[in-house]
Write a protein that binds this ligand. Sequence first.
Ligand code: G3P
Ligand code: MG
Length: 250
Amino acid sequence: MPTTIFNSPIGPLIGHRGVTESAPENTLVAIEKAAEYGCKWVEIDAQLTKDLIPVLMHDDDLDRTTSAKGRLADKYLRDLALVDAGAWYDPPHPGQKIPTLRECLRLCFELDLRINVEIKPTEGLDEITAEKVMETLIDFWPEDKAPPLISSFSRSAMKIAQAAAPEWPRGMLYHGLDEDWLAFAKEVDAWSLHVWDEGLTQEQVTAMQSEGYPVLVYSVDDLKTSQRMKDFGVDAIFTGAPEIMGGIWS
Ligand code: G3P
Ligand code: MG
């Protein structure tokens, strides 16, 4: 039985940050690659510029994935115009920009990709990040389009997402399963649980699924882990390398 969100199968492979193994993460080319490799869904990380515009970025700092340095939260959107988000990658993809969430959504609609938006607040900005991400999504989302899946490690961000769009599905993110995982999943009325593959056990997967939650595992980029997750019976994996996973999941 395929795992479904509002009658649309989620599919076992979700492009992680678009992709990570063949293009620079959280860029438009990474999203295009995910679609090219057959993903029906992509996951991206959304956080805020200083002028509170949601853009795609995983780290708090720009240093690892762009040509600039310093905290994203200290830069205005206009400061990002000349920042290269692909030149650092091997092989380099010069000319890639840090996309705004709106640019990302536009591309996903064009490519007919469903999207998991991970709200990724920098420290202390949980509420405002969730508010601005939700505001952008709600403003941009056509009524007749199947909704995004919203997720976050931040419990306060999840509560804001729930209040802003109670009918949209939410995925609670965990590093490891803390003892109150079920209580909190219930509190935010989660649709799915998104868990780290490290240390994940069959018993945990069974426990989560027995409570009725699809289990989505991040980030699975090698075949050995992928096979282990398949054997556990998880519902989907976030993978930066969908191009090598087909044999296991098709
Ligand atoms: O949303 C799944 C996964 O992306 C969570 O971890 O650190 O890669 O954003 P991270
Ligand atoms: Mg993420």
